[in-house]
Design a protein around this ligand. Sequence first.
Ligand SMILES: [Zn+2]
Length: 412
Amino acid sequence: MTVRERKYCRVCGGAELRQFLDLGEQPPANALLRAEEIDLPEAKYPLALSHCEGCSLIQTTHVVSPEVLFRNYLYFSSVSQAMAKHFAAYAAQLAERFVPPGGLVVEVGSNDGILLRTLLGRPLRVLGVDPARNVAEVARSRGVPTIADFFTEGLSKQIRKQEGPASVVIANNVVAHIDDLDQVMRGLDQVLDERGVFVMEAPYVVPFLEHLEFDTVYHEHLSYFGVRALESLANRFGFEVFEVQDQPVHGGSLRVFWRRRGAGGEPVDESVPRHLEQERQAGVADRARLDDFAQKVAGLREDIRRLVRELRAKGKRVVGYTAPAKGNVLLNYCELGPHELEYLADATPAKQGLYSPGMHIPILSPEHFRHDRPDYALLFAWNHKDEILEKEKAWRAAGGRFILPVPKVEVV
Ligand SMILES: [Zn+2]
């Protein structure tokens, strides 16, 4: 089965799920097309969000098979300077706080070892787990031992047998992409030391709702977590959340620290109740507030369409800047194609020459963009706004203008 509706909440198992946002039928947001594919029929799947009345988790109404989503998955090793710095500081903090000499640090979804490699040279052991074989190979070549597999209960048993228990298990932006969280929790229970710490990062539901970040909804991104939902997951498996930190990446993320209940250690930090209160105030569990969010998103769609239409009517040339997953969600939801945006300029060589899924806009290089000098560029990677505005300051000085689509349409 390539797509199925989820009838139960993946955190609490509750059956009272209520859909509140519908972004229509969309192709997988990362499935860029080659020129010879754009005339072939393209698979599209429902993209919608539901809310659990029990634990307040927001999740996609449907789950698309990972084989479909990752079939055309392109691996990009390059990350922004800001992200590299973020990882190095994060890893150092964890090592100093929670890892005794000789301790084991396991990372789930370790990618090419970008985080773990910053710990090499310290008196501890690291082990990456990532299902993508080519990516795991790159990590090993950089000195980060990596198992090319999914993190399951079975694999965790094997790790514990060979390496002993882990002082820290890290999961960065993977938990929100996993359908079967029970499997992850049982794995954690297997591998984590009695006094070990699990630390995960995921986009936070509060800024998601407050800043109308609807374009971060895509088929791979299954769960939109808050502390309340994560606590109910932790509690169901004998864990507790003891600290929460806000992170300014991906439009606002949470770093959440878990330990076994009764393991002792520091008292539960004030950040936990503070975030729970913040979620209550943001209306994460409030039907009327979620319906209001959906209405505002629909309004944003009209504003974006209206502006692009007006500019085109005045004879202005409009393109897109960057071609990330969130851009493809926005383009498909707003139904903007090559008649509205001539091309998308993206710095990733592997994307250039391909076409955006669904709307079939060609992807060209930023060099082409700078030479071509269109009048307006719709900026999809709004989370890297400052970096991009600086990079294209010559174009802006010559009269070029960016259109920021989220949380409100702005021309800068
Ligand atoms: Zn639930």
